[in-house]
Design a protein around this ligand. Sequence first.
Ligand code: NAD
Length: 282
Amino acid sequence: MKQQKIVVIGAGTMGQGIVQVSAASWYPTLLFDLDHAKAEQAKDNIAKILSSLVSKAKLSEEQRLQTLALITVSSNIEDCIGDIIIEAIVEVMEVKQKLFSHLENINQPTTFLTSNTSSLSITELASGLVHKRRFAGLHFFNPAPLMKLVEVVTGPETSPETINALTDFVRDVQKQPVTCTDSPGFIVNRVARPYYTESLKLAEEGAADIETIDNLLQATGFRLGPFRLMDLIGNDINYAVTTSLYNAFGHEPRFRPSRIQQQKVLAGHLGKKTGRGFYSYD
Ligand SMILES: NC(=O)c1ccc[n+]([C@@H]2O[C@H](COP(=O)([O-])OP(=O)(O)OC[C@H]3O[C@@H](n4cnc5c(N)ncnc54)[C@H](O)[C@@H]3O)[C@@H](O)[C@H]2O)c1
């Protein structure tokens, strides 16, 4: 078992995956969610995934038991004391800022505070903190257990020690860290934006239906077509990222959020996590 304790806040799509990654590399890992049932459910989901890996001979029974034993869950924020804290809650600036202020108060000044945000400014997230030097973005991709890349995002006051500690952690959980400075969408989400926005425009214009667009792009080598990918990411998250880039770039038309995706969000058709998005998942 590793010495450093990891705390993951938010038991949704990303939090669950990050907890699995962390515990599988022998870090004692606490998963916190406001909703205790969600945290418990996330641990159950991880248990199922680990069992399926054992049945496919990709994991030993001993590794499964050790990984599960390292995961604890809580809905009491006062339990969120650790060495590295990874926040993966709703993509709303004020909610995240309030959470980080609280985490800073209850943790040692040596604790690294990180956000898995896809698009919010790391600089602004840290603006209310006393010790901004220990704050950074730690952007895992979905699904976290499978995706190798992690963006380590530096704010203007993030210290080199913080970046070193976080890149060491990322390597230790068998991922590839890429360091970048704080800018809208960081690297991947900015470069990837046209994949979604142009596909949404094609569908809006009636140029092709979503299945045709997905199949065509998959045939050219993409692992998932844009609509299947948006459903995997969550339409609420994907829409929030596009909106955030649109605002950050002074409403440049190339980042304009899509009306049909907005409708999906308003209707609660968020994708796989709600059973319905661009496709149905029954
Ligand atoms: N979904 C993706 O593909 C993806 C990829 C990379 C990064 N991200 C980022 O990760 C973060 C989480 O995204 P997600 O898709 O896992 O979201 P999600 O909607 O699946 O889960 C969010 C979780 O946070 C919990 N929560 C909300 N407010 C909370 C609070 N104040 N304290 C504790 N828990 C709270 C909710 O109960 C929920 O379980 C976002 O910042 C998002 O931008 C998402």
